[in-house]
Structures are given as structure tokens and as C-alpha cells.
Design a protein around this ligand. Structure first.
Ligand SMILES: NC(=O)c1ccc[n+]([C@@H]2O[C@H](COP(=O)([O-])OP(=O)(O)OC[C@H]3O[C@@H](n4cnc5c(N)ncnc54)[C@H](OP(=O)(O)O)[C@@H]3O)[C@@H](O)[C@H]2O)c1
Length: 248
């Protein structure tokens, strides 16, 4: 019997790599995406190619109705949800704090914090033994930015990931006796398109000399850490943070 994993923001980057690896490891996969159905369908094709069932669901994680609809779609198509990967995340153009518009900070916090909060809430309502569920695992995609601060680039993003870390810890304790493990990965600088959103597509290559391993990471390397936290291999691990950052 294949377990079901929902990955938010899975149309590209770390989320897409996680969805495809999950299929290869035996999960059926729900692929959340916000705005590119073609990209999401392409990931779904790779998931099906690995022998798994795939479902694409358009949902902005910052929108409460979208989040509820996304989980209802997973219920209807797949039944019991075993793993939630809160991967969807965003950032704004590189700016110093005094030049940041309040609306931009608000949007970053809505997507990266409120989005994770609302997806965790929907997952716990389904997974917790307290609500008659069978348990489950939640893996949040935070960032080493939460402990580095992202000065001169996006302090709002770093602060949002700090909130994800605290949410991870608190929720892990809250549901530890209810069959749910909650952990986070904290990627370093990974080759994905998120850096273009900040206005610097080549950011990984600019910064890689500062990484002890002297290279940027690949989305697949983060996906392997996520899959470990999702699996029974990490059965005694909860409220933990796995940095995937080349030593940074
Ligand atoms: N790459 C890095 O160096 C790095 C480092 C540390 C942490 N991370 C974290 O890793 C996660 C994945 O990022 P990535 O590097 O793979 O970036 P990416 O290539 O930009 O992918 C981000 C994904 O999230 C989706 N997304 C963005 N806002 C969303 C929303 N409101 N609702 C639903 N989906 C949304 C995007 O879809 P749309 O295009 O449709 O918006 C896209 O599929 C993020 O949480 C990011 O903060 C990345």
C-alpha cells in the first residue's frame, strides 16, 4: 500500500525534486502549485513515470480557502494523508530593511509563515490520533537564513523562516503523543529559480566561495534530506532541524 505525500510549491525547484523522489521511494504524490499548471503537469508526468499516482492542485498557500480546498482534493482522490511537505516559499527583491514596503513584508510573512501554519493545521486535523487519524509526518522547508539573518538582502524572508523554525519546534511538542512527527530542513544556497525572484539569478555562484564545501547545493540533495525525515528511518526524530548547507 503506497503512502500519500502532499508537497506544496512542487511545480519546480526543491518541491519538484521532492515530489519525483517521493514517487521513486513508493509514495503517491499530490503536487501543490500556485500559477504554472504546465510545470505542475510536467512534474506529475515524472511522478507517474516512476509508477506512482499523481494529482496536481492549484493552491496559493497564503489563501485559506485554497488551502482547505487543496487538502479536500487530497482526501477525495487519495484518502489518508501520511506526509505533508511545506515547501512553498517566496521572497522579494533584495533590499535593505529601510527600503522595504510594508506590503512586501506582509506578503512574505503570509506565504512563508501563515501558509505553513494553515497547511499544518489542516494536516494535524487529519493525522492526529486525537482526531481519529493514523498519525503522520510533517516536514517544513525552512532556511539557514533563519540563523544568518540575510542582511542587505531580505531580512523579512529570514525572519519568516525563523518563525517556521519556532512553529516546527512548538508543533512537534504539541503533537508528539498524537502520532505526528514534525521536523524541518534548512537548505543553504541551492540552485533554483528563487534567487531570480530576489533579482539575482546568479546568486549561488556569487556566494559559493563562502560555503565551506565551496559549492552550491542541488535541489535533489535537499529532497533526499526531506525524504529521510518523512520516512521511518527517522522514527525517533521530531522537533529537529537538518541543515543541508555544505557546512555554512
Ligand atoms: N533555493 C535556495 O537556495 C533555498 C534556500 C533555503 C530555503 N529555500 C526554501 O526552499 C523552498 C523551495 O524553494 P525553491 O528554492 O525550490 O524555489 P522556487 O524554485 O522559487 O520554487 C518555489 C515554489 O513554491 C511555489 N510557491 C511560491 N509561492 C507560493 C504560494 N503562495 N502558494 C503556493 N506555492 C507557492 C512556486 O510556485 P509559483 O511559481 O507558482 O509561485 C514554486 O513552485 C522555499 O520554501 C524556500 O524558501 C530555498
Amino acid at each position: 500500500m503506497r503512502e500519500v505525500m502532499l508537497v506544496t510549491g512542487a511545480s519546480r525547484g526543491i518541491g519538484a525534486a521532492t515530489a519525483v523522489l517521493a514517487a521513486e521511494r513508493g509514495y503517491d504524490v499530490a503536487i501543490g502549485y500556485r500559477q504554472d499548471p504546465g510545470a505542475a503537469e510536467s512534474v506529475a508526468g515524472q511522478v507517474r513515470g516512476a509508477g506512482a499516482r499523481a494529482l496536481t492542485i492549484r493552491a496559493d498557500v497564503a489563501d485559506e480557502e485554497d488551502v482547505e480546498r487543496m487538502f479536500a482534493a487530497v482526501d477525495a482522490e487519495f484518502g489518508t494523508l501520511a506526509v505533508l511537505v511545506n515547501n512553498a516559499g517566496s521572497l522579494g527583491l533584495q533590499r535593505r530593511l529601510e527600503e522595504m514596503a510594508a506590503e512586501r513584508v506582509e506578503r512574505t510573512l503570509r506565504v512563508n509563515v501563515l501558509g505553513v501554519f494553515m497547511c499544518c493545521r489542516a494536516a494535524v486535523r487529519r493525522m492526529s490520533t486525537r482526531h481519529g487519524g493514523a498519525g503522520g509526518r510533517i516536514v517544513n522547508v525552512s532556511s539557514v537564513a533563519s540563523r544568518l539573518g540575510s542582511a542587505g538582502e531580505y531580512i523579512d524572508y529570514a525572519a519568516s523562516k525563523s518563525a517556521v523554525d519556532t512553529l516546527t519546534l512548538g508543533l512537534a511538542h504539541e503533537v508528539a503523543e498524537e502520532g505526528i512527527r514534525v521536523n524541518a530542513v534548512r537548505p543553504g544556497i541551492i540552485y533554483t529559480r528563487i534567487h531570480a525572484l530576489g533579482g539575482e539569478p546568479g546568486r549561488v555562484d556569487r556566494l559559493k566561495a563562502r560555503v565551506p564545501m565551496k559549492r552550491g547545493g542541488e535541489a535533489s540533495e535537499v529532497a533526499r534530506a526531506i525524504l529521510w525525515l518523512a520516512s521511518d528511518e527517522s522514527s525517533y526524530t521530531t522537533g529537529s532541524f537538518l541543515d543541508v548547507a555544505g557546512g555554512r
